[in-house]
Design a protein around this ligand. Structure first.
Ligand code: OSB
Ligand code: MG
Length: 407
């Protein structure tokens, strides 16, 4: 691209950004035209490595330790933090830490640097030219929302439009080495107060496991997540799940499918919940219209950031489809963002948002995320996320760092 073409592009996307902002600005805020604009001066990427307290196994494999990509966006004396939830491998989604890193440094960060932004919700228009890479985009957009909340001295959850002052928590329990180990884990989580148990399942670790769990706990709120481990040929096997009174079965079929989930839902009494297949609000609208699910899991990284997550939430709310907040084994930074998002009204089911200590010996935020004996996280009233980022500890855990500046 020539300098002229870049200038044209930039002008074009700025115009689009401004239009969206004006269209959606609440009337009481519309007057403060230039209040709190932040010129974006630097974007820093860090990889931190954090061992998990206990391994986590899904139908696509087991991990013992996380490689986490953290970003900061700086400008106007503020520093916003974001977490890219892309995994160590491209198994849950096509994005992974080593695809997200250069996508941010080479393309996404340059689209923000030098721009003057006053709100997190301006990010999607600025990043529109890049297709996909939603987790990479979300890390940046969410950092901007964090900055905006700090700048306005408002809690992030209020800025997002949340109303819940505490959020109900569930846990996602991976595949274990033995049934006994699984039953012990469930017993511990129930004793800790969690309000919904979700079990990872795959062929060979499903009906046999559910029989034992239901024999011991006939009445707990229980769901399963297959992470696409089944096909439509296995409908009869999936119908066996109906006997266990599950709250839902999450993503039984292909990660990119909606249509065949609609066919399957007609064959099942158990509600289907979609996770992997919902990448934006239009997917949610299609899934609801097609009857592919009765519940949707919202992961802010999977859908590309807070703006799109709010849109998915709104589409579901308008159609009376309850949602809950998914997790991606986040550090305290991503976790604090999930907590803020979960305060929106239609997050009526317990999410996979649980305490720091289930994952980490020491988390990178202070205080750590804690869950009450009744299984709730209380929202904090401090400006921003309410969780201070422990930059000293992050520095120690960092194995790679890159700063991107304008030009
Ligand atoms: O499908 O929800 C999923 C973790 C990695 C990839 C996919 C998923 C998960 C989880 C983790 O279930 C939930 C958590 O963060 O506790
Ligand atoms: Mg899932």
């Amino acid at each position: 691209m020539t300098g002229f073409e870049i200038a044209l592009e930039t002008g074009f996307s700025m115009m689009r950004a401004v239009k969206e902002t004006v269209d959606t600005l609440p009337s009481d805020a519309a007057g403060e035209s230039n209040a709190g604009s932040m010129k974006i001066e630097a974007i820093t990427l860090r990889e931190v490595q954090m061992p998990l307290v206990h391994f986590f196994e899904t139908s696509f494999g087991r991990i013992y330790s996380r490689r986490i990509l953290l970003v900061t966006v700086e400008g106007g004396g503020l520093r916003g933090w974001g977490e890219c939830v892309a995994g160590e491998n491209p198994f849950y989604s096509s994005e992974w830490i080593e695809s997200a890193w250069p996508t941010i440094t080479k393309f996404l960060a340059p689209m923000l640097l030098g721009k003057t932004v006053s709100q997190g919700r301006e990010a999607p228009a600025l990043l529109l030219q890049v297709r996909g890479h939603r987790m990479a985009k979300a890390a940046l957009e969410n950092a901007l929302w964090d900055m905006e909340a700090q700048e306005k001295k408002q809690p992030l959850w209020k800025l997002l439009g949340g109303s819940r002052t505490q959020i109900p928590c569930g846990v996602s329990i991976g595949i274990q080495d033995s049934h006994e180990q699984l039953l012990d884990k469930i017993a511990n989580e129930l004793a800790a107060g969690y309000r919904r148990i979700k079990l990872k399942v795959k062929p060979g670790w499903d009906v046999n496991v559910l029989e034992k769990v239901r024999a011991r706990w006939p009445d707990i709120t229980l769901s399963v997540d297959a992470n696409s481990a089944y096909t439509l040929d296995q409908t009869e096997q999936l119908r066996e799940f109906d006997q266990f009174n599950l709250l839902m079965i999450e993503q039984p079929l292909w990660n990119d499918d909606i249509y065949y989930h609609a066919r399957l839902q007609k064959q099942l009494r158990t509600s289907i919940c979609l996770d992997e297949s919902i990448e934006h609000a239009r997917d949610a609208a299609f899934a609801v219209e097609a009857g592919a699910c009765r519940i949707i899991n919202i992961k802010v990284g999977r859908v590309g950031g807070f703006s799109e997550a709010k849109k998915v939430h709104d589409v579901c709310q308008a159609n009376r489809i309850p949602v809950w907040c998914g997790g991606m084994l986040e550090s305290g930074i991503g976790r604090s963002h999930n907590i803020a998002l979960s305060t929106l009204e239609n997050f009526s089911l317990p999410g996979d948002v649980s305490a720091s200590k289930r994952y980490w010996k020491e988390d990178i935020v202070d205080p750590e995320v804690e869950v009450s004996r009744e299984g709730f996280i209380s929202l904090r009233d401090e400006p921003g996320t309410g969780y201070r980022v422990r930059e000293d500890l992050i520095e120690k855990l960092t194995v790679k760092k890159e700063v991107v500046l304008e030009g």
